[in-house]
Design a protein around this ligand. Structure first.
Ligand SMILES: Nc1ncnc2c1ncn2[C@@H]1O[C@H](COP(=O)(O)OP(=O)(O)O)[C@@H](O)[C@H]1O
Ligand SMILES: NC(=O)OP(=O)(O)O
Length: 315
């Protein structure tokens, strides 16, 4: 048993893939595949702290809220929709892990923590929304929503148009001590889903929810630092980070140093709202902890943790 601590971030778009309708069953199917990989890590003695994205899911829930309004049901605010996604995806990941662990005869508690993440009320992100949520639509659909509802929409990495919302920097994980306690007791923990429920301190020092969606890769990085993780892995829907992405001279990055990837980051190779925050998160982890971080696709979890596949960033 190696006892190494791993923080794994699962992408929301990797769970609800562009082009899929996002039924419960299709999302569960994608999670089942990942759960098998995650359990092979448990078998090898890794301690897992898992988080997940929620961009597609929180956007769908927000649309469901809007649709039910005509029946007199009050819509829940965005931060509450974020908490719904922690329950929904936490439930699915928890169940899949439970079933897979049982198959190999390992006894380990699997638990999801409803997690709040502190952000600053003065974060400039509140004035400049960058986080894509919900399904991908045509440009015409986006322009209509911008005009009718005053929403902000942007094109997302050549995949279509999506609504964007504020995505402030995660400052601290409110439930971090509970997460550490659960890990120390041998539990597999799912926490800070969807980047965490964004909260600020009001004038009386009380926590209150704010309407935003925190980037889950940046929140995962905060957790990875807090628990002193040995490796930080971001699993998404592409096997490698690329430079000149979607251009004829696209080049996938395999083993790369912090200095090299920093240079590409500064040259603007990684898109805001998709690959940009992932690269930012791994750069932070490698810089602050002097340890390795990996970005790859969901089906390569095992090799990623072992540093043999994906974009492996080292100090
Ligand atoms: N330089 C790049 N290299 C690889 N993928 C990129 C790059 N820039 C943008 N992307 C896009 O980033 C996507 C992954 O980000 P995102 O959809 O936010 O992932 P997730 O929801 O899995 O966290 C990829 O599917 C790809 O379309
Ligand atoms: N909250 C968040 O970062 O979600 P995605 O990974 O789905 O974009």
């Amino acid at each position: 048993m190696n006892g190494k601590k791993v923080v794994i971030a699962l992408g929301g778009n990797a769970i609800l893939q562009p082009g899929q309708k996002g039924t419960f069953e299709s999302q569960l199917e994608n999670i089942k595949i990942t759960a098998k990989q995650l359990v092979s890590l448990v078998e090898r003695g890794y301690q897992l702290l898992i988080t997940h994205g929620n961009g597609p899911q929180v956007g769908q829930i927000l649309l469901q809220q809007k649709a039910a309004e005509k029946d007199g049901i009050p819509p829940m605010p965005l931060h509450a929709c974020g908490s719904f996604t922690q329950g929904l995806l936490g439930y699915m990941i928890q169940q899949c892990l439970y079933n897979e662990i049982k198959k190999i005869g390992i006894k380990k508690p699997v638990v999801t923590v409803v997690t709040q993440v502190l952000v600053s009320k003065d974060d400039p992100a509140f004035k400049n929304p960058t986080k894509p949520i919900g399904p991908f639509y045509s440009e015409a659909h986006a322009r209509k929503a911008m005009e009718e509802f005053g929403e902000i929409w942007k094109e997302d990495s050549g995949r279509g148009w999506r609504r964007v919302v504020a995505s402030p920097e995660p400052k601290s994980i409110i439930e971090i001590e509970a997460i550490k306690t659960l890990l120390s007791q041998g539990a597999i923990v799912i926490a800070s889903g969807g980047g965490g429920i964004p909260v600020v301190l009001d004038d009386n020092g009380q926590l209150i929810g704010v309407n935003a969606v925190i980037d889950k890769d940046l929140a995962a990085e905060r957790m990875a630092e807090e628990i002193d993780a040995d490796i930080f892995v971001i699993l998404t829907d592409v096997p490698y980070v690329a430079i000149n992405y979607k251009k004829p001279n696209q080049k996938n990055l395999t083993n790369i140093t912090l200095t090299e990837i920093k240079k590409y980051f500064e040259e603007g190779h990684f898109k805001e709202g998709s690959m940009g925050p992932k690269v930012k998160a791994v750069m932070r982890f490698v810089e602050n902890k002097k340890k390795t971080a990996v970005i790859t696709s969901l089906d390569n979890a095992l090799q990623a943790v072992e540093g043999t596949f994906g974009t492996v960033v080292s100090p």
